[in-house]
Ligand binder design. Structure first.
Ligand code: G6P
Length: 590
């Protein structure tokens, strides 16, 4: 998803600082980029389709600059549509994250007034609207404020004006400021990680707030009223944002190998936080767990753990499909949201809506300073370190481990849960360092990657695991994978079971094992290729990945071989593993 970066200061060349910042934001996914700087009395802009690379950068050094990575929404991927966009007289430029939903009607008005458009973007409509407002306002900041209010949707913009001022307004995607050396250096960015090593303090802008930065002065104001609001400097706790591959071929595999570490972070969190949330869960009339994509699978698994261990009838929801619950989620209910970024628009919309009804919110987020954390009554941080690969792996494991522990706290067995997670961490580590197993998964991945269709079947604690296995295979390999409850197979998809069709089963030694084996035998009878992730072999398996029997936490262990399979499938196909085509890491638009 789009990224914004800005820098003003004397210590670094701003052009290079913004260029480096954009590179650190590039994990979010983008298709074009651009930088704007001030040189003398002029604003210079350089924009490109493709990756942020040094060879393309044709701008001189500067002390102030803004930049943008664009993930196309309105308008094709072209240099002209890349941001920043100039005002008609080139007195300021704008970069934008989000979708200005009513841009078409605004554009019609502005065209009537004679404004010319050189791009197809909604951003350029914002630019001209600011120019229009500027005719009646004392300052550019005021014009930005009034113009910004006229657009609907979730938007965040950054403006650089010829007089050396940076203005930014937020009503959607994140915007964080980083300051160093008593404001001698100021960074603005879509995430803290992109500037973390350089700053001592951060300021997180809330939705509905704007900021202007001029001559080392920072002003934060309310977009609705224009009134000044006080801001607080939060100490930056991230000194090393570790965005290198540490010798691994890809971030994805590095992050999978960090899974034992992320489980340990869950165990270390204070008991009192778990116990407070457990109490709220017990007191809630209804508990809803919500997420999108991989986090949606995690949310469903957390709901499963709450049902099984907490005996709470929790429901799993997908962010984009929760609208029909809006009138049902009320003040006595609790919403639980696991999210890597803490900024996913589909989930944020639900949170903002139910918060107005008085619903309590708990979140489990990895990215510091996120909107979800700010909206939450019970805030948990994954503390898993940056997850750079667009495909989420370690955060999924972290979300499951956290959800399991919360459910164990509701059950009244937090310590037992922690012990089980310690075992999980050790076993995951041993599995990842078992050379034979990894070699076997690699060779199996090569075979699976060439298949046009793959089925994944599971049940109970493994249902979301096969769904997430499917997500990883589709995302990385662009292979058609289909996960379904093992028990539902006989109701329709059994018609597709034919010789050679690969079917991956995930099963554990639990109360649904017999049901899964029944489905497995039905598939076996039709000659399909049966691949099984399980603690024991069976003669009906064509291929078998042995995992340790970890009882209650087996499901968390079982995702690891599926993630590895998906990684080696994508790799063997020569795909861009860390940035699969068309998808973004952080989806801050609806
Ligand atoms: C995007 C990513 C997914 C992620 C989902 C939710 O779709 O491609 O990998 O699971 O967003 O993101 P979140 O930040 O809320 O976990």
């Amino acid at each position: 998803m789009c990224g914004i970066f800005g820098y003003v200061g004397i210590k670094q060349n701003a052009t290079q600082a913004v260029f480096d910042g954009l590179k650190r934001l590039d994990y979010r996914g983008y298709d074009s980029w651009g930088i704007g700087i001030i040189q003398g009395k002029e604003i210079l802009v350089d924009k490109h389709v493709g990756i942020v690379d040094t060879a393309s950068l044709k701008l001189p050094a500067s002390s102030i600059a803004i930049g943008h990575t664009r993930w196309a929404t309105n308008g094709a991927v072209t240099d002209a549509n890349a941001h920043p966009h100039y005002a008609s007289d080139k007195s300021f430029i704008v970069a934008h994250n989000g979708i200005a939903e009513n841009f078409a009607e605004r554009k019609t008005q502005l065209l009537k007034k004679g404004y010319k458009f050189i791009s197809e973007t909604d951003t350029e409509v914002i630019v001209h609207q600011v120019e229009e407002e500027r005719k009646h306002t004392k300052t550019l900041a005021e014009a930005v404020r009034i113009a910004f209010k006229k657009f609907t949707g979730r938007n965040t913009i950054i403006v650089l004006s010829r007089d050396g001022q940076i203005i930014a307004a937020r009503n959607g995607s994140p915007l964080v400021l980083g300051v160093a050396d008593k404001l001698a250096e100021i960074y603005l960015s879509s995430d803290t990680l992109s500037f973390a090593p350089h700053v001592s303090h951060i300021i997180v802008l809330d939705n509905g707030q704007m900021i202007s930065v001029l001559n080392k002065q920072i002003n934060v104001s309310d977009i609705q009223t224009g009134e000044k609001v006080s801001y607080s400097l939060e100490k930056n706790t991230i000194t090393d944002s570790g965005v290198d591959k540490s010798g691994y071929d890809h971030f994805m595999i590095k992050e999978i190998y960090e899974e034992p570490f992320v489980i340990d972070r869950i165990i270390e969190q204070p008991d009192k936080s778990y116990l407070a949330l457990a109490k709220a869960i017990r007191q809630a009339a209804h508990v809803y767990c919500i997420g999108s994509g991989t986090a949606g699978a995690a949310a469903a698994q957390i709901a499963y753990y709450l049902r099984i261990f907490g005996k709470v009838p929790a429901v799993g929801l997908i962010g984009a499909e929760a609208r029909d619950y809006f009138d049902l989620i009320g003040k006595d209910d609790l919403l639980i949201a696991p999210s890597q970024s803490g900024e996913t628009a589909d989930v944020l919309e639900v949170m903002e809506t139910v918060k107005k009804n008085g619903t309590k919110i708990a979140s489990f987020v990895n990215m510091p300073g996120s909107m979800m954390t700010r909206l939450s009554d019970y805030k948990f941080m994954a503390q898993a370190g940056p997850e750079i690969c667009v495909m989420s792996t370690k955060i999924f494991v972290s979300q499951l481990a956290w959800g399991y522990l919360v459910a164990k706290a509701v059950e009244g067995n937090l310590n037992d849960g922690k012990e089980k997670l310690k075992g999980l961490s050790k076993n995951t580590d041993a599995f990842l360092h078992n050379k034979q197993k990894i070699a076997h998964i690699k060779s199996l991945a090569k075979t699976l990657a060439r298949k046009p269709h793959i089925f994944l079947l599971g049940k109970g604690q493994n249902l979301q695991i096969i769904k997430e296995g499917m997500v990883k295979m589709i995302e990385g390999s662009y292979v058609h994978a289909h996960a379904m409850p093992a028990g539902d197979l006989k109701h329709f998809a059994i018609t597709l079971m034919e010789p050679g069709m690969p079917v991956v089963f995930v099963l554990s030694n639990d109360f649904v094992k017999t049901d899964v084996l029944n489905a497995l035998h039905e598939v076996n009878a039709r000659g399909s290729q049966i691949v099984v992730v399980a603690p024991q072999p069976d003669e009906s398996f064509d291929d078998y990945i042995e995992v340790p029997d970890l009882g209650e936490v087996s499901a968390v262990m079982n995702i690891v071989p599926l993630q590895l399979l998906a990684y080696y499938m994508a790799k063997s196909l020569g795909h861009n593993v860390d940035k699969p085509r068309n998808i973004a890491k952080s989806v801050t638009v609806k």
